[in-house]
Design a binder for this molecule. Structure first.
Ligand SMILES: Nc1ncnc2c1ncn2[C@@H]1O[C@H](COP(=O)(O)OP(=O)(O)OP(=O)(O)O)[C@@H](O)[C@H]1O
Length: 286
């Protein structure tokens, strides 16, 4: 199966000395839907930002990040080809990143600028076919009737759906979503996750989504990668997560975060994956 994302030897120290990512090695196959979970500060956003080429890994160490076989960064240096790589990567942010004063349709068409002549993207001149594409994407995410409204007038859930529509017109083969439902109510969250799952299923896009809600990760993502203090401590089928392992992962936050996840979705006695088993054993000793 084709590899959508390959990460090797990724380490990140920030200027303040914080070792935010530790020896990350990961492979994600094309068409997977993967949840990135972990307590606050475990490194989820930092990892996604490295994958998008927005942050560089430690210089001087051997590391590699590739998307669809094309280099994003190597040994702490962003690839000179990064614009071409990013053209196929959609990024969905917690805070939507829409231009508030522009109409929704225009915000969605921004996803097309990488394909347009520079002068048209600068002047934001879009042709009828591009408008039709954007409208079609808005129809897919269920908010076509809002296309003429300013982005600032949409609800949070609608804004996030517009942000996803932007990745659709972009033709993104890989969608990175950094806590896309963190500021949404449960019903809007459900709609956004359903849309991401549908894109994954229908377009065979690879979706990597960081989530605080373990129950939602388990429900929508067949594979879960868990981070703890910048290290991958679990990587396997979401059905093999256990309450005990999740408690180790979330520590004092566990009861609040895990209450829904302890419900029937998570089998109580399933054997953990080796990575998690080793890590859990270490933390129990500590
Ligand atoms: N620019 C930065 N400079 C210094 N430290 C940083 C920087 N960005 C992130 N960190 C630190 O790196 C660690 C990982 O942060 P990150 O935002 O990736 O965690 P997260 O798992 O996404 O957290 P949350 O779920 O709260 O968003 C944290 O300790 C954070 O304080």
């Amino acid at each position: 199966m084709e590899t959508a994302l390959r990460i090797k030897g990724l380490n990140k120290h920030f200027a303040n000395g914080k070792h935010a990512l530790r020896d990350i090695d990961l492979t994600v196959r094309r068409g997977e839907m993967v949840a990135l979970i972990g307590a606050s500060g475990s490194g989820k956003s930092t990892l996604l930002r490295h994958v998008a080429g927005l942050v560089t890994a430690d210089a001087g160490s051997e590391s590699l990040i590739e998307i669809d076989g094309r280099c994003v960064q190597r040994n702490g240096r962003i690839s000179s080809d990064i614009r071409a790589v990013r053209a196929h990567v959609g990024f969905v942010f917690q805070q939507f990143n829409l231009v508030a004063r522009l109409p929704v349709l225009m915000n969605v068409m921004v996803g097309l600028v990488h394909r347009m002549p520079w002068w048209r993207s600068l002047l934001r001149v879009f042709v009828a076919q591009e408008r039709a594409l954007a409208l079609e994407a808005l129809t897919r995410v269920g908010i076509a009737d809002c296309h003429a409204q300013r982005a600032s007038t949409l609800s949070g859930g609608q804004q996030q759906r517009a942000a996803i529509a932007r990745t659709l017109v972009q033709g993104a083969k890989v969608v990175l979503a950094d806590e896309p439902i963190a500021s949404l109510d449960p019903e809007s969250s459900r709609k956004v996750m359903e849309i991401l799952a549908r894109i994954n299923r229908e377009d065979r896009s690879t979706v990597i989504v960081s989530l605080h809600q373990v129950d939602i990760a388990v429900k929508y993502c067949p594979r879960v990668i868990a981070l703890h203090q910048g290290k991958v401590v679990f990587d396997g089928p979401s059905a093999t997560l256990t309450p005990a392992l999740l408690r180790d992962l979330y520590g004092v936050q566990a009861d609040e975060i895990l209450a829904p996840a302890m419900a029937p979705n998570v089998p109580p006695q399933t054997a953990p994956q080796p990575a998690m088993a080793g890590w859990a054993a270490q933390t129990q000793v500590a």
